[in-house]
Write a protein that binds this ligand. Structure first.
Ligand SMILES: [Zn+2]
Length: 519
């Protein structure tokens, strides 16, 4: 038994007192429709959760052999096979997914396995040693990869050299009377736009929208940066001006080569060639945040973007396993536990291991499945475990599942999503939609984690979103606090805190049991 099991519970600390514990369990007004033996099994499963095993799984998944698990790559397929093996080793049934065979090449890479839900997917890989120069007319200045810039990961090959034009947030929207391109010609230029949007802009705007407009206006490339004035969301997420890995998700005809540059590089470009006005970008951003008036101008700098990117086509794979329900009244209904497995792979010569994002959630999901199967805990409803791919590329795997549901959505009572479960401040951020928050709090009480939960409504971003949009109640579980290695090559297993894995697993197991057996 590890230390976190000891420290986080008042009523579950000593497994030998099972009888007493059963009396103390907060069964709620209705109680669970479970036998005493099932309650014992569930307590055994809670007690068997192993942070060591989860950490070992995080190490494996984020290790060099899986190469960062990019969706639609050979590594996606191999990591899917590894997850399948874990389910098999724990004697958890793989789901039957009828369309599998159509999508895996016969005799191709790996076996045709049940439990695989796949579709062809185009993966883009940026070749090693991309370069970005940001220069005045006389002095070329090579930027450092990873620190000063990162190509946007689905960027096309770049061979662009042009003057840099600042275009504010890069938004054109007639309804809001916003035009960051008013009175400025960006034809054959590289535009620089800030990430996000000003508070007064009430519409929605995506990165792909900004890229499309830049292309329509004749730009040959773009740079994007987090401005010095952070939104409250950016502050809460612990965002810095550092460039992060991400997919721009622009459709091919609209796409442009682009890079995320650091906030300090953006400040330098705006300050002018003589470096005189270091506060100018902040002041421009404050003005942009106050009114919709354009603040765009031609800077004194040139940009030069140079890299190759290749497209690869390979299947994207969700792995689906299940623990069948045993209550005749409930067994046709299901609780889904999902965690995305994919990350960014090896890009621009940098490995993105994705330990916290989201080898951690995958390890928690596997451990919860193992613990329930091994202890012989029989849930009333069927529990579906889904290892999603393609989350980082626009929730492709969870959207694929919704197209080909294994259990009809009308019978899917709740979707629990686990993401970023290995780093943070020891608290849990729980986002609830379509259910009373008391459901999430009750599970915290059962798990002995009442004082560690922060329960909110909708949590933006993640594989629960397509389920929520389809009307399925969702509960998202994320480790609270700052995740300093978010979308960085430094998101390694060494930064993972096993006690946090344990806390998340304990909570998810309690929540699953509660939802699987609630009347
Ligand atoms: Zn991510």
């Amino acid at each position: 038994m590890n230390s976190s099991t000891r420290s986080c519970s008042t009523s579950f600390g000593v497994v030998t007192l099972l009888g007493i514990i059963l009396v103390l369990l907060p069964l709620g007004a209705e109680g669970f429709a479970q036998s005493e033996e099932d309650q014992r099994a569930w307590l055994r499963s809670l007690d068997s959760l192993s942070s060591e095993r989860m950490l070992a799984d995080v190490r494996t998944l984020s290790g060099p052999s899986f190469n960062g698990r990019q969706a639609g790559s050979e590594d996606d397929l191999r990591s899917a096979a590894w997850v399948t093996d874990q389910f098999r080793a724990s004697r958890i049934s793989l789901a039957f997914v009828p369309l599998d065979r159509l999508n895996i090449p016969p005799g191709g890479k790996g076996d045709v396995r049940t439990g695989f839900m796949s579709k062809p997917h185009q993966a883009v890989v940026i070749a090693p040693e991309p370069t970005l120069q940001i220069s005045t007319a006389r002095i070329p200045d090579n930027q450092r990869l990873g620190t000063d810039f990162l190509p946007v990961l689905d960027s096309p090959s770049a061979h662009a050299s042009a003057p840099i034009v600042f275009v504010g947030y890069g938004i054109v929207d007639a309804a809001s009377n916003m035009n960051d391109y008013a009175g400025i010609d960006v034809n054959n230029c590289i535009v620089l736009f800030l990430r996000g949007k000003p508070d007064h802009f009430k519409g929605t705007i995506t990165h792909a929208d900004k890229v499309r407009v830049a292309r329509q206006k004749g730009a040959v490339g773009y740079l994007t940066a987090t401005g010095p004035v952070l939104s409250s969301y950016e502050i809460r997420r612990g965002m810095t001006g550092q460039p992060s890995a991400f997919y721009g998700l622009s459709p091919t005809p609209d796409n442009l080569p682009g890079a995320w540059i650091s906030g300090s590089r953006a400040v330098q470009i705006i300050a002018g060639a003589d470096h005189s006005n270091q506060e100018r970008l902040r002041s421009l951003q404050e003005q942009l945040n106050r009114t919709s008036e354009s603040r765009s101008f031609l800077t004194e700098y040139f940009g030069a973007l140079e890299w190759e990117s290749q497209q690869e086509q390979s299947p994207l794979i969700n792995v689906i396993a299940l623990l069948p329900g045993t209550d005749p009244q409930l067994t046709h209904e299901t609780i889904v536990i999902g965690a995305h497995r994919d990350h960014f792979g090896r890009q621009a010569g940098l490995l993105f291991p994705g330990a916290d994002d989201n080898a951690s959630g995958t390890a928690v999901m596997l451990e919860v499945a193992r613990a329930m199967a091994k202890a012989g805990a029989h849930p009333g409803r069927t529990i579906l475990f889904i290892s999603f791919s393609g989350e980082e590329q626009g929730l492709v795997g969870s959207r694929l599942y919704l197209e080909r549901q294994v259990v009809p959505l009308a019978l899917t009572r709740t979707m629990i999503n686990i993401d970023h479960a290995g780093v943070g401040n020891g608290r849990l951020t729980v986002g609830v939609t379509g259910l009373e928050k008391s459901v999430a709090l009750e599970a915290g009480q059962t798990a002995g984690l009442t004082d560690k939960l922060d329960v909110y409504g909708f949590f933006p971003g993640g594989d629960h979103v397509p389920f929520k949009e389809a009307g399925v109640p969702t509960i998202t579980v994320v480790s609270g606090g700052v995740h300093p290695h978010f979308h960085q090559p430094t998101d390694t297993a060494e930064t993972i805190n096993p006690e946090i894995l344990q806390t998340v697993a304990r909570y998810v197991l309690a929540l699953t049991w509660q939802l699987a057996n609630a009347p």
